[in-house]
Design a binder for this molecule. Structure first.
Ligand SMILES: [Zn+2]
Length: 427
């Protein structure tokens, strides 16, 4: 069974940016970054994403994400599409997102390796003889080579996860209607990366399952720690990313998947050292990409508060003190994606004496700045629960410091993310 998406269905544009907004206060500042991009000839579709985990920690509801996005779009007169992403959902968590989201990230990482029936794996291999042998892909010099054993092995590992994605997809489609939402399949929060040949097998299975995926988020090689740069060899990432793009183009043609299917890179914020690689591949292949970078905005809020000085700076320091004291609790849910050396965290007492500039310089993600402290930044990245617990006190301070906060949010998204990563689109 090959999938063909209905041409009238909701389609995600070629370049899209997943922006998170923990406290639903920065939608306008984020949209301004897309407006600046559009003025510079780069058409970016904003997607406001928020995971169930974030909603639980903040104590917010999915409807609030849409309200904030719609208000920003209305106020700033945004003429292009925008979407609201139920990020990293599963069958247990999707229902509360059904009404407000039109983009669903089906997280099936936990189902990877769930034993598939041997008969199922046999049937898959029999249905897909084209997966075995040497597969020439446009855009990469080395062909993929898969033996029947490789294909069976990958099928065994991933069929259960793709089946799970199918169950979630159908659950949503039965309630919202086919073609009314964008589907992403995500496997990024798993232990081992998926290789390009495995991605090909996964896409064949996604087609068999009838999932009209428009984006797919594999786990790439290297570490994607929260809030800080990529840890790994950018050249190796580039080879893998280029091969994945070629695999997707092949799979679209071969398996009839949606023709706008593209990679989704869940960055965990700020993977600056691989942006040039991504951009090169996009330029040479003409492929699109979806970039998710959620937590970066919350850290810009803190930088803006620090810059505002006075009580706002005190509040930013108070957030750090709380995060420092409760670091084991806050780091727990993110253990696999942070790498904090406690010995390199400044004491809250020391931070209490910092100026606006010192706080901002330690936090701002400028790897060339000698005062930048990635440990401080990672801890604050996962420390948003402290701000959430401050409730209206935090939100009121954000509003009082709106100018520096929104200036930092817009600048960060446009200058550090959009400009280095996305090629110009022709109008
Ligand atoms: Zn992710």
């Amino acid at each position: 069974m090959a999938v063909r998406t209905d041409a009238s269905g909701l389609r995600l544009g070629k370049y899209s940016l997943g922006v998170g907004d923990r406290f639903a206060q920065q939608a306008r500042a984020q949209l301004r970054a897309c407006i600046e991009a559009a003025a510079a000839g780069i058409e970016i579709i904003p997607v406001w994403n928020k995971s169930n985990r974030e909603h639980n920690i903040v104590g917010s509801e999915p409807a609030g994400v849409r309200e904030a996005a719609e208000a920003a779009v209305r106020e700033l007169g945004w003429k292009f599409p925008f979407h609201v992403d139920a990020d990293h959902i599963g069958l247990q968590t999707v229902d509360q997102f059904l009404e407000s989201s039109d983009f669903f990230t089906l997280d099936v990482a936990d189902a990877i390796g769930r034993a598939a029936e041997p008969a199922e794996v046999e049937a898959f291999a029999a249905r897909h003889p084209e997966l075995c042998g040497t597969i020439e892909l446009e855009g990469i010099a080395e062909p993929l080579t898969l033996t029947r054993e490789d294909a069976m092995c990958a099928a065994e590992k991933y069929l259960g996860a793709v089946r799970e994605a199918g169950r979630i997809y159908r659950h949503i489609a039965e309630r919202k209607g086919t073609g009314t939402f964008i589907t992403e399949v995500s496997m990024d929060e798993s232990d081992a990366p998926q290789t390009p040949p495995e991605l090909l097998v996964i896409l064949a299975a996604i087609s068999d399952e009838g999932i009209p995926a428009q984006t797919i988020a594999p786990k790439f090689s290297g570490r994607f720690n929260k809030g800080v740069d990529y840890v790994g060899a950018p050249e190796q990432f580039e080879r893998e990313f280029r091969a994945d793009v070629a695999v997707i183009a092949h799979a679209v043609a071969r398996f009839g998947l949606p023709d706008n299917l593209k990679l989704s890179v869940h960055t965990g914020s700020d993977k600056f050292s691989i942006y040039p690689a991504i951009r090169r591949v996009l330029e040479e292949s003409g492929a699109g990409v979806h970039l998710k970078t959620a937590g970066t905005t919350w850290l810009e809020e803190l930088i803006g508060l620090a810059e505002a000085g006075g009580e706002a700076l005190d509040l930013a320091k108070e957030v750090y003190r709380g995060a420092y004291e409760r670091r084991s609790e806050l780091c727990g849910p993110y253990a696999a994606v942070i790498d904090i050396d406690a010995a390199r965290l400044p004491s809250p007492g020391a931070v209490a004496g910092w100026s606006s500039e010192q706080f901002a310089a330690a936090l701002r993600h400028d790897p060339a700045c000698p005062d930048f402290n990635p440990h401080f930044r990672q801890l604050l990245h996962v420390g948003y629960k402290i701000a959430a617990e401050m409730g209206s006190r935090y939100l009121e301070m954000l509003r009082a410091a709106e100018e520096p906060v929104s200036r930092n949010v817009t600048y960060n998204l446009y200058q550090r993310h959009i400009r280095p990563l996305f090629p110009r689109t022709l109008h």
